[in-house]
Design a protein around this ligand. Structure first.
Ligand code: HEM
Length: 460
């Protein structure tokens, strides 16, 4: 009946539904469609009903008012192959087991205390990068900034998870492939099963070896050092309090690898890209760094005084949310929202990208990179204000927000304070290539290549 109507949406085709409309960059195609059909839009991903949410008001309904109904995840084929039969925190269905694992992550792994504990490690890793960039700067040659930042993130994530860097395993391409595959909607249609299985096997083998070494070490030294993530997880497993087994531990390590490595480097890459296109903003960030930090290296305790840098990070996440569509949620019951019927087991996609560009929330110049828009507002990144939710909001929001933001701020601040950056010859701010590559995270389609020169003002 008309009182139980589905949200409006584009007509689909038999079997494939609206999949053909998503093209290469689904967050952009869905944004365009939502301008026509509205901020609560119904589509079909193959045979699966899906609802796309594209405004702050609608997001508040799905992630706050009725959060509990939408806090589950869909059963994706990719996930079953890749993440140890849905053991992964990111993909677990809503319920007591998810709550247990989420608690372990927020109370044991991603606490503010843990973020602080790893501060000396971050400092050392970033200083090493600065040192190697100084050599390049002297030679006035180009550097592949994307690659450098990705490698830095890989090293830092390894140190946090396993306590050492390890040249035997190259997780970076495997994690990137994982994120690309999990972001793909129509796995079956593209016959990606084989790739899923191969990727999963490689990850599983790496992790098994690493876990085995840590178990052996713990046995030999008879001491448990509850610092790095794998040790915390293994000792929780030994204690048998949480009913964890090895597969659970592996799944959580994959979560942490996938969630930590690519998201932060993506944000840093986009921030740099926008700063290169906007020399005025670049100058202002560097001026602030000079005024607040002066002739020494940036320290994490400086962050509270770097308010312009904070606005630059927010503006980057508004225009380039690292994960422009949330990991799909799933409705656990049929429910009426804003006069529309949302069927049970619908996939719910929150289009964070569209929300960051909603003209009702952000005025007309939504496409412009303009950090000053945050002056005098109390919009933060914690998901309380629904016009800016790059970390999601509510029960399934990102538990790694503090960890992620700390890394992003530190790397950006240090690299901008220690160096001036130029585009290679022939590239100008206005024509810097800004294309995206789709996946669960959306990084630049091609690497950002720049020329650093040392800023004399900074002594080490
Ligand atoms: C700047 C970096 C980051 C961004 C932009 C980001 C963004 C997000 C987003 C959008 C979600 C999905 C929210 C939803 O489905 O509604 C998410 C989930 C998640 N993130 Fe992050 N994230 C970042 C860094 C991290 C880090 C460093 C970690 C851990 C080390 C992490 C761990 C997770 C986990 C475990 C989930 C799944 C939570 C659940 O399903 O209960 N993230 N993140």
């Amino acid at each position: 009946s008309c009182s139980r109507k589905l949200p409006p949406g584009p007509m689909g085709l038999p079997v494939i539904g609206n999949l053909h409309m998503l093209r290469d960059l689904p967050h952009r195609s869905l944004h365009r469609l939502s301008k026509k059909y509205g901020s609560i839009m119904f589509i079909r991903l193959g045979l699966v009903p899906a609802v796309v949410v594209s405004s702050p008001q609608a997001a508040e309904l799905f992630l706050k008012t009725y959060d509990e109904v939408f806090a589950s995840r869909a059963n994706a084929q990719a996930v079953e192959c890749l993440f140890y039969g849905n053991n992964s925190l990111v993909f677990l269905h809503y319920g007591p087991y998810w709550r247990n694992i989420r608690k372990i992550c927020t109370l044991e792994l991603l606490t503010n205390l843990k973020v602080e504990y790893f501060s000396p490690m971050r400092k050392e890793e970033v200083s090493n990068l600065v040192k190697s960039l100084r050599v390049t700067a002297k030679a006035q040659t180009v550097v592949d900034l994307s690659f450098m930042v990705q490698s830095l993130m890989e090293d830092m994530t390894f140190l946090m998870l396993f306590g050492s860097k390890d040249d035997r395993f190259d997780f970076k391409p495997v994690v990137q492939e994982t994120l690309r595959l999990t972001g793909t909607f129509n796995v079956a249609d593209y016959g990606l099963n084989h790739r899923f299985k191969t990727t999963s096997k490689v990850l599983g083998k790496y992790l098994e070896e690493i876990i085995e070494e840590h178990v052996r070490d713990a046995r030999e030294t008879r001491a448990t050092k509850n610092t790095v993530f794998i040790q915390v997880m293994l000792s929780l497993m030994e204690s048998q309090k949480h009913g964890l087994d090895r597969e659970n531990v592996k799944a959580i390590m994959v979560d942490m690898l996938a969630a930590a490595m690519d998201t932060s480097s993506t944000v840093i890459e986009w921030a740099f890209s926008e700063l290169m296109r906007h020399p005025r903003v670049m100058n202002r960030v560097q001026e602030e760094l000079q005024n607040v930090v002066g002739n020494r290296l940036v320290d994490e305790t400086d962050f509270s005084k770097l308010s312009y840098l904070d606005m630059v990070v927010k503006e980057t996440l508004r225009l380039h949310p690292a994960s422009p569509l949330t990991v799909p949620h799933e409705s656990t019951e049929e429910i009426m929202i804003d006069g529309y019927l949302i069927p049970k087991k619908s996939k719910i996609l929150i289009n964070i990208f569209a929300i960051g560009r909603d003209p009702n929330a952000w005025s007309e110049n939504t496409e412009a990179f303009y950090p000053e828009r945050f002056i005098g507002t109390n919009i933060d990144l914690r998901g309380r204000e629904f016009q800016l939710i790059p970390f999601g909001s509510g029960r399934r929001s990102c538990p790694g927000i503090q960890m992620g933001l700390t890394v992003v701020r530190l790397v950006l601040a240090q690299l901008l304070h220690c160096f001036n950056w130029e585009l290679p010859e022939g590239t100008f701010p206005k024509n810097l290539y800004m294309s995206e590559r789709f996946g669960q995270t959306v990084p630049r389609a091609n690497h950002l290549v720049l020329i650093p020169t040392s800023r004399n003002a900074v002594n080490e």
